[in-house]
Design a binder for this molecule. Structure first.
Ligand code: AMP
Ligand code: MG
Length: 681
């Protein structure tokens, strides 16, 4: 076998989470891997969580859903009958495949030791490429259970990791057993240290059902990390070629909390690219990827801040007297004569001081004494002030911004109204490094969907495409460039082609429709089976938006780079699509463009009337207004059925209603996510 297999250990124990020194199992398990694992295992990491379902699931997903997921994840603890024992429940809902054989092996081994093994409730299965097994919390029990399965785990892990199953099996069961050190036949290609009683080897292929004609049968088990799994191995979606009778009647995708869904989105959304952008209106909404320093000082010259007369102040500061006017400085660039004591120069606001001038006297402090013969120009001016200081009424070079100082920081967003672009312009910065904003492709799916503006009467069943134009405008409103990908038919070919076309033009795809449970709901199967993508979640406990689906697909860009692009497949109902866009897509778009914090701003609001509660957390479309007293009040936009287009009208917020029964009273404080500006009074 090439390369070690990786194992992660998760200690599930509220006590150990508080005081890690109380944990005894981790070291026991490490010993078993080291001594009985036949040099096959490398401990990839470990962690401790309390007996908390979400904490357990979050950690397991974090490991098993990462690109370099460990081959094996062992949990220890929380498998008994005590009230606090939740591990099997937390873990089993994450499985893409069950592995009851491993459970059987563990139980039968323990039962041979003590009938109390009946009190252990282990589960085992596969998530993505990781085999996950729950062991009991007692060091002795954990050790016995791991010993019971450790010889077969490498094979299970290699298959789960996507190794070629044919070549893995070429050679037959006996060969597998001998390699695993659990048979008495002599190990052939690589002797395993822990098979001391090996006898002579006899090739024994006869009851093996795979043929073994593969040329590379000896490379079996080569772990190719960072590649996408063979979609046949892990696809949870329906196989569309099998027809309606064979579709799932219950979604195989685990139901995630909104919080966990957001966590997975942030985990799997690629980090932003950086590029150099000219300072022009293209830059609006971009986030700076570097600190920006002023290239020049502002002002770049000594400038007057009043209309008046530039003077050279004598030592005593007394400027009383009549002075000849020798020059004029308007705000026009060019050479200016220098000024000597006893001369004055007329100067306008913002104009550069003549060389030698040390102060400016306001025109209000002067009287015109004599004029030129044509009466058009001042000749002599009387100044009536004393106690004048040098530097009066002058803006010194760099007094606003000094060349070289940092004017904008990495992470700041260039707004259209905040003056950041003006600041860049003022200090002579012509290009900056910014995070590239992703280009978003939007498509609708469904045989019944027609262009929203198609003239003429509608045939029975036709539905005007509401979602595409809504999402395109929402994405543009948030400052993103959008590619319109049209409407895909509910045919695998049409959908795959539209998605592939979209992936060539856009960084992020947003689809709507086709994620329910119907046999024509092709998004998940197409992403998994045709595009080789990974579905990170396919169901979320929320209303509206339950079937919201988030996936990444590997894509080779034109320049040869291999990248991962995200696809959001939103529900078809218009209200669901818009809510889930704001809740799930926007945070991903923000992360990809370097905006932080991501997503809609959240703030507490008072309910303007009674709001009904739902068993699922609900995102209720509402209008939030601010009263004269400064209190923000939310009023429902009306019926919240997810197909209700009318409920979108004038909504500027999503009220986050907690799950529950009954109603929340008028005046209750709840969080609201703000989609656009609060209405004033
Ligand atoms: P689906 O998930 O494809 O079954 O869609 C759920 C519901 O949303 C169906 O009633 C569809 O007709 C409707 N729907 C899907 N896409 C759109 C769209 N782009 N505009 C308006 N309604 C849609
Ligand atoms: Mg549909």
């Amino acid at each position: 076998m090439d390369g070690p297999l990786t194992a992660a250990i998760l200690i599930v124990s509220t006590t150990a989470a508080e005081d890690p020194s109380t944990d005894a199992s981790a070291s026991v398990l490490r010993d078993v891997f080291a001594q009985e694992g036949g040099d096959r295992w490398k401990i990839w990491g470990d962690n401790i969580v309390s007996d908390d379902v979400l904490a357990i699931q979050r950690q397991l997903m974090h490991w098993a859903d990462s690109l370099d997921a460990p081959n094996l994840i062992i949990t220890t603890g929380g498998t008994g009958f005590a009230v606090a024992d939740h591990t099997p429940e937390a873990v089993s809902s994450l499985f893409h495949k069950q592995a009851p054989g491993l459970v059987h092996a563990m139980l039968s081994t323990s039962l041979a030791v003590t009938p109390f093994a009946m009190m252990s409730r282990p589960v085992a299965g596969v998530r993505n490429k990781s085999v996950i097994v729950t062991l009991p919390g007692s060091p002795k029990g954990a050790r016995e259970n791991l010993q019971a399965i450790i010889k077969t785990l490498p094979h299970a892990c290699l298959q789960a990791s996507g190794a070629n199953s044919r070549s893995l099996h070429a050679g037959g069961i006996k060969k597998l057993e001998s390699e695993a050190g659990i048979s008495d036949s002599k190990p052939q290609p690589q002797p395993q240290p822990q098979s001391p009683q090996s006898h002579s080897h006899s090739h024994n292929h006869h009851h093996h059902h795979h043929d073994h004609g593969q040329a590379h049968s000896h490379s079996h088990g080569k772990l190719v990390r960072h590649t996408k799994p063979n979609p046949d191995i892990k696809a949870l979606s329906n196989d569309p070629t099998l027809g309606a009778t064979r579709r799932h009647r219950e979604s195989p995708y685990p139901m995630l909390s909104v919080e966990d869904a957001l966590y997975l989105i942030s985990e799997h959304t690629p980090s932003p690219d950086i590029f150099t952008c000219l300072v022009n209106d293209q830059i609006i909404n971009s986030v700076l990827a570097e600190d920006v320093a002023a290239q020049e000082s502002v002002p770049a010259f000594r400038a007057s801040i009043v209309d008046g007369y530039a003077v050279v102040v004598p030592k005593n500061g007394n400027m009383k007297g009549v002075f000849p006017m020798t020059a004029v400085s308007h705000a026009t660039p060019g050479e200016i004569r220098s000024l000597k004591e006893g001369e004055i120069a007329r100067i306008t606001t913002g104009a550069p001081l003549p060389p030698g001038a040390t102060s400016v006297i306001m025109v209000e402090d002067t009287v015109l004494k004599t004029m030129t013969e044509d009466g058009r120009e001042e000749k002599e001016v009387e100044i009536q002030v004393e106690g004048v200081n040098e530097g009066e009424n002058i803006r010194e070079i760099g007094s606003d911004v000094t060349k070289g100082t940092v004017i904008l920081k990495k992470g700041e967003q260039i707004s259209g109204v905040g003056g950041e672009i003006g600041l860049l312009a003022a200090v002579g910065v012509s290009e900056v490094k910014v995070y590239r904003r992703p280009v978003i492709g939007v498509l609708s799916t469904g045989d019944e969907i027609i262009e929203y503006n198609r003239p003429g009467p509608m045939r029975l069943g036709e539905v005007r495409d509401t979602n595409r134009i809504t999402l395109i405008s929402a994405a543009r409103e948030w400052g993103f460039e959008v590619v319109d990908l049209g409407i895909a038919k509910d045919k695998s070919g049409s959908l795959e082609e539209t998605l592939r076309n979209g992936l060539r033009q856009a960084d992020v795809l947003i689809t709507t429709g086709g994620v329910s449970m119907g046999e024509l709901d092709l998004l998940k199967p197409t992403i998994e089976r045709s595009l080789g993508g990974t579905i990170h979640f396919g169901r979320v406990a929320m209303k509206p938006g339950k079937p919201t689906t988030f996936a990444t697909v590997p894509v080779k860009e034109n320049d040869g780079r291999r990248v991962s692009k995200v696809i959001f497949s939103l529900p078809g109902n218009p209200a669901s699509a818009l809510v889930t866009f704001h809740l799930f897509v926007l945070p991903s778009l923000h992360k990809q463009s370097g905006v932080s914090p991501v997503g809609l701003p959240k703030m507490p609001v008072a309910l303007g009337h009674e709001f009904p509660m739902d068993p699922r957390p609900e995102y209720h479309r509402a209008v939030v207004t601010v009263g004269k007293d400064g209190v923000l009040t939310a009023n429902s936009t009306g019926g919240q059925r997810s197909s209700k287009v009318g409920s979108l009208r004038s909504a500027n917020a999503l009220v986050c209603m907690p799950a529950g029964k009954g109603k929340l009273d008028k005046g209750s404080m709840v969080d609201a996510l703000l989609m656009s500006a609060v209405r004033g009074f």
